[in-house]
Design a protein around this ligand. Structure first.
Ligand code: GDG
Length: 458
């Protein structure tokens, strides 16, 4: 079996004990790398200031080598904050209004990808299979091809791919599309993303669809496919069952004093629809006096990308909004919204999912959304909660037992919250079982195997 080389912006290096850190993606990639032996390369997350980064830092655990590089301040600013997070992220989440184009940032993005390719090249063997992850790294294959590498190279995009009319607002869209055509397999989260990609290329006359996922474009034939990412379903279910006894989870249960718990868990990001969700919760409370005093909505929102102005602004907006709604609808003995603006531990998270009668997952646009899958896996089969899920999350293509909502429709979401809280046990069990059976069969190991099988197919 060929070696596997994984390249992603960030690398999850095991801690001193050698154990993989929590999180499905890291577990699956570590398993795939362990099976074949290989290298996981990416950015250390650190800056070398204005000095050229030192040689790669290599750490070997078993048959896996973790290869990390620092980046200069300018690289971090232009490649990471600038182009990846202020152009590709908003565009792929349909937020044309938030994209900030600058020639410097675009150039920085391509330059850093060339730098990654140059650092990777000396480590590569002829029959290595290379798997590149996410929007930070689109031009990597083109750089490697230019250096003469003929290896199998696959790409998986963790975020949505927009339709042509959205994508083409980005000045360098053609170079980005050409970059993708240099892979052998380009994987998306859902059939919709793949259709946007293929349809956009064909509509603009820059590709021909050859059927069976094969696409001919920019002088090359490659394949497109969709591979919905997932979680370690069985392990997470077991974890959540045990987490119910966690001391902090028990204290949280006591503190809600028998009220119904509604939970939301999202990185602080404008794509997650947090402000619309708080509006929907307020609407639900106002429209359903019988539920007043009887619910607690817990929103866990760790900070992310605080260096990017839109995120810093959003942090203030959400905090103010939660405060305003609490001020308006609280009573002396009841505070409806608990807003936590930092990360909590994984066992506590699992226990809280299991305690919640409703999981509110309402992004405006999301590649997949693993919180939705974790919420389902964490439920008690005897008394499962209800998932309220945005139809614009990739997960909605699979989790058909959820109450699907349009997150822009505040009243519709408020109605779904009420329906979830009032749903009879039998219906909750039937809906949950449908989703859980699917997730047990389609877990993250299966995702990884399916992608690699297609990438290495003759
Ligand atoms: C990108 C795509 C796609 C969150 N808060 C805490 C915490 N989390 C964990 C969740 C979950 C993960 O973070 C978030 O995953 P998502 O999938 O929901 O979202 P993104 O970070 O936007 O991920 C997304 C994903 O890539 C994979 O392809 O699904 O669409 O945007 O695992 O549990 N974990 C802990 N404490 C927290 O406070 N421990």
């Amino acid at each position: 079996m060929s070696r596997l080389i994984v390249v992603s912006n960030r690398v999850t290096v095991p801690d001193k004990s050698g154990a993989a850190p929590a999180g499905g993606l890291a577990v699956a990639l570590k398993a795939a790398l362990g099976e074949r032996g290989g290298i996981w390369m990416g950015w250390s997350g650190k800056s070398s200031g204005d000095r050229e980064p030192e040689a790669l830092s290599l750490q070997t655990h078993g048959n896996i080598t973790y290869a990390l590089t620092d980046l200069t301040d300018t690289d971090v600013e232009e490649y990471y904050h600038g182009f990846a997070n202020r152009v590709l992220w908003p565009i792929c989440h349909y937020r044309l209004d938030l994209a900030e184009y600058g020639r410097k940032e675009m150039a920085g993005y391509f330059r850093v990808n060339r730098f990654f390719a140059q650092r990777l090249a000396p480590m590569l063997k002829e029959d290595d299979v290379i798997w590149v992850h996410d929007y930070h790294m689109i031009p990597l294959a083109a750089e490697l091809r230019q250096m003469g590498f003929k290896n199998r190279i696959g790409f998986f995009l963790h975020i949505p791919w927009p339709p042509a009319d959205v994508l083409f607002t980005m000045p360098v869209h053609e170079e980005i599309m050409r970059g993708l055509s240099r892979y052998d397999l380009v994987g998306f989260q859902t059939d919709h993303d793949l259709a946007n990609f293929e349809g956009g290329l064909v509509r603009e006359g820059i590709a021909e669809s050859l059927g069976d996922g094969r696409i001919s474009s920019f002088g090359r034939t490659f394949r497109g496919g969709f591979y919905p990412i997932s979680i370690e379903t069985a392990a997470f279910a077991d974890y959540a069952r045990r987490a119910a006894n966690n001391a902090l989870v028990r204290r949280a249960r006591q503190s809600i004093e028998g009220r119904d718990l509604i939970i939301g868990v999202d990185r602080l990001d404008y794509s997650k629809g947090i402000t619309q969700r708080i509006d929907a919760f307020e609407r639900f409370i106002r429209a359903n006096p019988a539920h007043q005093h009887r619910v607690t909505y817990l929103q866990i929102t760790p900070k992310s990308r605080s260096e990017v102005p839109e995120y810093e602004q959003m942090q203030r907006t959400v905090a103010e909004q939660a405060g305003r709604v609490n001020g308006a609808i609280s009573a002396v003995d009841w505070v409806p919204i608990r807003y936590i603006n930092r990360s909590i531990s994984r066992p506590v998270l699992a226990g809280l999912y299991r305690m919640a009668k409703v999981g509110l997952v309402t992004p405006l646009r999301d590649g997949m959304n693993l919180v939705a899958k974790e919420y389902v896996a964490a439920q008690d089969p005897e008394n499962p909660g209800v998932l309220v899920l945005s139809r614009f999350a990739g997960a909605a293509r699979e989790l058909t037992g959820a109450l699907l909502v349009n997150p822009y429709d505040i009243e519709g979401t408020a109605h779904a919250i009420a329906r979830g809280l009032n749903m009879p046990l039998e219906e909750r069990q039937a809906r949950w079982k449908r989703m859980m059976d699917h997730l047990l069969e389609h877990d993250v190991m299966r995702w990884c195997d399916d992608f690699l099988k297609d990438l290495t197919a003759p």
